[in-house]
Design a protein around this ligand. Structure first.
Ligand code: AGP
Length: 609
């Protein structure tokens, strides 16, 4: 994964790079480093561990540097050691990299045979080695970079700074995300917008295959594989995110802040629909020929976004009666999906940069499907690759554990389901109005659900020592069981499983013994009685039942703990049932002393396969 950042301009690069790296830390935090040009030459500082450690080794007060690059690493090739940390600095060329160079072994062997010495175990080192070798052969810096990157296989976003021309900073993109920030007399690049959001709101997403030469005053973009190919006029996107949105704002963790932002995030996403629904549905009609005879929807996504997709399936099928299949994107991309005439493909992604989701979308498009993406980042790769975009308006999500993006994605899917249902004549005007009114009440209900925080924290205190928790749900709340389990696993490292409650008897009930916590997501709906029976079944085997319900009277005598959520339309119950599960995972992780915003082994955006 990794995060890269770069700066060239009239300000001092060092605080900009360090601050940018702190904001990119969610992408990896095994090691970090910076390279910058001072009056004498290029200085490189790197260390294992967090950016805080890097801050300690960079001499302070910072010396002045107008240009520099930085990196925070999520180790893939080579242990998280200092020598493997980026930037890799070879023969006067410093490189930071996000992605994977697949043919680095071949390059390495070739250059070693030519007499070059390699110092690290990384794939990245092959890049500055190759550039400096090409320069030794007499090519100019630019020619060497182009020659070298054209020889690379894999995915890469690169930042390159060279001793031979420190007035130019190079940014290269193929397969990994990279955004250029436009300032006044200055340019930035970064793996993600929040890294440089406090400096600019104007961004350009580089296209795959582009190399960008940045000076303080100028930007020059070319296709490195096809130097003669004309580069279209850059389409600069202006984001309405503020830098405050990417701050903790008094909360202990981004995750907690983002949990509390959900009423606003869902509301803004609903409002977005008000603005664009007519057009979106019209576009859908044009894009997927005869949309309202639409035969099938395929949805692909990863992780939490996949769970939102499963919620979407229940809602779309129930309201619009269109068959929906939901797949994990890493499976979909290789499963040779059968895409029939009038199939709509939907990708769901917070970042818009998840490698498997992008590949799934490309696979669907290659098979002639029309693609709609539900995405949180304006101008991201998913948004640019899709035929149509429905933006969630969650704002920047920094915590690795996704929360507000999830509820916003569900909001977008509910709206889409209602839009399709109404156009297909499945929802009469009056019914649509009633349903819409209930959906627009959801932000208020989420707010109410969060009021139980103290109770949930007290419950968390009793679960800190737990080794396994089972989460059960049915229907539209089955994916909420999956999501509750994922939240707990990823931030507290407690083993958890989400299961469809009715399937439990076919295997996982064997796990239950005296005192094992079982979270049952049980709001009132048409299969309420069924989940009550499932609760009885696990209780009879000694489980400690924690029920999440809007009908405590029916559940309290069957459960050891009851977390009450507000009532809503059954299809919208996931918006409220997920809240206590997010808070429960959060409090357990905090009580266990885990690093909630930066859980081990994880990165926010998985931009490699
Ligand atoms: C969940 O908390 C995770 N951060 C993860 O599962 C995430 O949802 C997944 O990697 C997909 O990311 P995306 O939405 O940015 O594509």
């Amino acid at each position: 994964m990794c995060g890269i950042v770069g700066y060239i301009g009239h300000q001092n690069a060092l605080p900009i790079l360090i601050d940018g790296l702190k904001r990119l830390e969610y992408r990896g935090y095994d090691s970090s480093g910076i390279a910058y040009k001072n009056g004498k030459g290029i200085e490189v500082y790197k260390t294992t561990g967090r950016i805080k450690k890097l801050e300690h080794i960079v001499p302070f007060p910072y010396e002045h540097a107008n240009v520099g690059i930085g990196h925070t690493r999520w180790a893939t090739h080579g242990a998280p050691s200092e020598v493997n940390a980026h930037p890799h600095y070879i023969g006067g060329v410093a490189v930071v990299h996000n992605g994977i160079i697949e043919n680095y072994r071949e390059i390495r062997s070739k250059l070693i045979a030519e007499g070059e010495t390699f110092y690290s175990e990384t794939d990245t080192e092959a890049v500055p080695q190759l550039i400096s070798w090409n320069m030794k052969r007499g090519l100019s810096l630019y020619e060497s970079i182009v020659e070298s990157i054209s020889a690379l296989r894999g995915s890469f976003a690169l930042g390159i700074l060279s001793e031979s021309d420190p007035t130019t900073l190079y940014a290269v993109k193929k397969g990994s995300p990279l955004v250029i920030g436009y300032g006044e007399g200055e340019y930035f690049f970064a793996s993600d917008i929040p890294a440089i959001l406090s400096h600019t709101k104007r961004f350009l997403y580089l296209e795959d295959g582009q190399i960008c030469a940045l000076s303080a005053k100028d930007i020059d973009i070319k296709y490195f594989g096809q130097p003669k190919q004309a580069v279209p006029e850059p389409s600069i996107v202006e984001v309405d995110w503020t830098s405050a949105m990417a701050e903790k704002d008094g909360y202990d963790h981004f995750m907690l802040k983002e949990i509390h932002e959900q009423p606003r995030a869902v509301q803004d996403t609903l409002n977005e629909w008000n603005e664009c629904s007519e057009k979106l549905i019209e576009d859908l009609k044009l894009t997927v020929k005869k949309t309202f005879g639409l035969q099938r929807i395929h949805i692909a996504a990863c992780g939490t976004s996949y769970h939102a997709a499963v919620v979407g399936r229940y809602v779309i099928e129930e309201l619009a009666r269109i068959p929906v299949s939901v797949e994990i994107a890493s499976e979909y991309r290789y499963m040779q999906p059968i895409i029939e005439h009038d199939t709509l493909f939907i990708s769901i992604t917070q970042s818009g940069e998840t490698a498997d989701t992008l590949a799934a979308q490309r696979e669907a498009k290659n098979k002639e499907a029309r693609a709609l993406t539900i995405c949180n980042v304006v101008g991201s790769t998913a948004a640019r690759d899709a035929d149509l975009v429905l933006y969630t308006r969650a704002g920047p999500e920094i915590g690795v554990a996704s929360t507000k993006a999830f509820t916003s994605q569900m909001a977008a899917l509910c709206l889409l389901a209602m839009g399709l249902a109404s156009k297909r004549g499945r929802l009469m005007n009056g019914e649509l109005k009633i349903l819409m009114a209930q959906l627009f009440k959801v932000p208020e209900l989420i707010e109410k659900a969060m009021k139980k925080n103290a109770e949930i924290k007290a419950l968390a205190e009793t679960l800190v020592e737990t080794r396994d928790i089972l989460y059960l749900g049915r229907g539209v709340n089955y994916p909420i069981a999956l999501e509750g389990a994922l939240k707990l696993k990823e931030i507290s490292y407690i083993h958890a499983e989400g299961y469809p409650a009715g399937e439990m008897k076919h295997g996982s009930i064997a796990l239950i013994d005296e005192g094992m916590p079982v979270v049952a997501v049980a709001p009132v709906n048409s299969h309420f009685d069924k989940i009550l029976s499932n609760i009885e079944e696990v209780r009879a085997r000694g489980a400690r039942v924690i029920a999440v319900t809007d009908e405590p009277a029916a559940v309290s005598h069957k459960a050891d703990d009851v977390l009450v959520v507000p009532s809503t339309h059954p299809l919208f119950s996931p918006f409220v049932t997920v809240i206590p599960l997010q808070l429960l995972a959060y409090h357990i992780a905090v009580l266990k002393g885990c690093d909630v915003d930066r859980p081990r082994n994880l990165a926010k955006s998985v931009t490699v396969e």
